[in-house]
Design a protein around this ligand. Structure first.
Ligand SMILES: C[S@@+](CC[C@H](N)C(=O)[O-])C[C@H]1O[C@@H](n2cnc3c(N)ncnc32)[C@H](O)[C@@H]1O
Length: 283
């Protein structure tokens, strides 16, 4: 937590309570989203006030009151203070993302992961982003690599509307092509055998959609960036568990592959992790 925010709250909260607030808020553009533990709920207004005092550019504070749920990966947000709005413009690595936080998924915490992927893209690659949201990975790739095309699919019509606006705002219309629909259907109907690289940034569905990632890849092979959730006991490695599960499924396709890299993207609960593995499908 920023030192100054801590200082503002120090008089009001116990040190143990302050600790609970660590990493419990996100800043997206000029909106702060706070997640206040049940035990500290009565301090929501103080926390919001302290955030406004600490970060002068914040115009609105919202409280997240549900986990991220549903096909569209949305969360319920309650207004706490400032302007009554849920739309904002977020800047990240020379990109601009316009987002309605109530109606589209967005996480500023994936900033490192987005750039990690963008840095791997080779000259003239064709990329398929199966779960593109408002276009963050795709636009970042367009700006920071020399990919030829980045086909970007999302089922949420509002996310796709923002993605299209973001493509214009970032002037990447030559490279990023958007589709609204279920990734399965779009791949089957329009994107078979064309990709050098496939992004699957939806852990809830990636395993089920792996067949379609294979379908969109070129017959000469390529890369799949596969995201999943995994639990790991004290002596278990969550990355190895995901690699083993994916390997089992890929063996059914009769292809050669190697998982060149895996990492914990974030911890999502006690011993639960979001994992990414980079899989190379060989010719
Ligand atoms: C976790 S979000 C990731 C969005 C984006 N990649 C990002 O990092 O901001 C997953 C996205 O997948 C979309 N989605 C869910 N099911 C889908 C499907 N069957 N086909 C295409 N998109 C889907 C949701 O609407 C959501 O925008």
């Amino acid at each position: 937590m920023r030192k100054s925010l801590k200082a503002v709250l120090e008089n009001r909260l116990e040190p143990s309570e302050l600790k609970l607030l660590y990493r419990s808020y996100d800043i997206v553009g000029d909106i702060a989203i706070i997640r206040v533990p049940e035990t500290l709920k009565q301090y929501s207004d103080h926390i919001a006030e302290a955030i406004m005092q600490t970060y002068k550019r914040i115009k609105t504070v919202l409280r997240q009151v549900s986990p991220v749920t549903s096909d569209y990966r949305l969360r319920e947000l309650e207004w706490v203070t400032g302007e009554r709005k849920t739309e904002t413009v977020h800047k990240e690595h020379d990109c601009i993302f316009k987002i309605d936080l109530k109606r589209c998924y967005f996480s500023p915490r994936l900033v490192y992961e987005r750039m990690r992927i963008a840095q791997q893209i080779q000259l003239d690659e064709t990329v398929v982003n199966m779960f593109a949201g408002v276009g963050c990975y795709s636009i970042l790739i367009a700006k920071h690599s020399r990919a030829e095309k980045i086909y970007s699919i999302d089922t949420n019509p509002i996310a796709v509307r923002y993605m299209r606006e973001n493509i214009k705002l970032n002037k990447v219309g030559e490279q990023v092509v958007s589709f609204q629909g279920d990734a399965k259907t779009v791949v089957e109907e329009k994107l078979q055998n064309i990709a050098d690289r496939v992004l699957m940034p939806l852990p809830e569905k990636a395993y089920k959609y792996l067949d379609y990632a294979m379908l969109t890849l070129k017959p000469t092979g390529g890369w799949i960036h596969y995201y999943d959730f995994e639990h790991a006991g004290k002596h278990e490695n969550p990355i190895e568990k995901v690699e083993a599960r994916v390997a089992k499924k890929l063996q059914n396709f009769g292809v050669s592959f190697e998982t060149s890299f895996g990492r914990v993207v974030r911890t999502i609960g006690p011993r639960w992790f979001q994992i990414v593995v980079d899989i190379r499908i060989l010719p």
